[in-house]
Design a protein. Structure first.
Length: 262
């Protein structure tokens, strides 16, 4: 039903993205659940959010949940089975997703975001950093973090494409560089700590000689001026944008575009 909260327990995969889009299409709000989280945390999030349904990726071990659980395998799921979950269209004030942050005390805290908030953020990004049909966005951030929002949906506004980095590859700079090169990725995101490791690998492989990258977003923690200056030196033809914002403000509330001349 409209605004029902639906848990999605899945690694990064096409099925994960399809499940998220299906929840939104049905009028619900998705609750991203990372299989790497402890089961106690997943159970708490499901109970605290009031989730009515849990969609799981085949092979994922589901936490204790009193509601209905449905394994999502788009290769075998019957069309009629999907239809019974489809609901009416939603309003701009309807819930789109619920993401849990750690909270200042370490206790998970749910943040509910409406469609109008998400749409405002995404259209603002498209206005400020326009994507075209030739762009390819790398989806590498866990969908349990709000930075995943633009990776999951921004490309849909412009006819661009998304590339889902295989699970685990986000921890290996060599695999990230390989994926960027092989898949012609134009848009990616790094937390500053990983950005340094990525630049190490980019230097080793002389990525600046042949990169498809156009823009890199950094966020999630402070970006040191030294790292920004190094980025400008290693990848001079690529834009670096530092974003900041609490989850409650819908991902990023401010952006700073690096000026290499300053």
């Amino acid at each position: 039903t409209n605004e029902s909260i639906v848990g999605v327990l899945s690694e990064r995969s096409p099925d994960m993205l399809i499940a998220v889009l299906a929840v939104l299409k049905a009028g619900g709000a998705y609750l991203p659940l990372d299989p790497a989280y402890p089961k106690e945390r997943l159970s708490y999030m499901l109970k605290d959010s009031g989730a009515s349904l849990l969609l799981t990726q085949p092979g994922c071990s589901a936490p204790n949940f009193s509601g209905e659980t449905l394994e999502v395998d788009m290769t075998s799921l019957e069309r009629e089975e999907v239809k019974r979950y489809v609901s009416a269209s939603v309003s701009d004030g309807s819930l789109a997703y619920v993401i849990y942050t750690s909270g200042s005390t370490g206790q998970p805290k749910g943040v509910a975001v409406e469609h109008r908030q998400a749409v405002s953020f995404l259209t603002g990004m498209q206005h400020q950093f326009p994507l075209s049909e030739d762009d390819i966005v790398m989806v590498k951030t866990s969908f349990s973090f709000d930075a995943s929002l633009w990776q999951l949906f921004w490309w849909t506004l412009s006819g661009a494409s998304a590339y889902l980095l295989p699970p685990g590859w986000e921890k290996d700079p060599a695999l990230i560089v390989q994926a960027i090169h092989q898949e012609n990725v134009t848009t990616a995101h790094f937390i500053p700590a990983m950005l340094n490791s990525f630049l190490d690998q980019a230097e080793i492989e002389r990525l600046s000689d042949r990169t498809s990258l156009k823009r890199v977003f950094a966020g999630g923690e402070p970006l040191a001026p030294r790292t920004a200056a190094r980025f400008a030196s290693v990848l001079p033809q690529v834009s670096l944008i530092h974003g900041y914002g609490p989850t409650e403000a819908t991902v990023d509330a401010a952006f700073y575009v690096l000026d290499p001349e300053r």
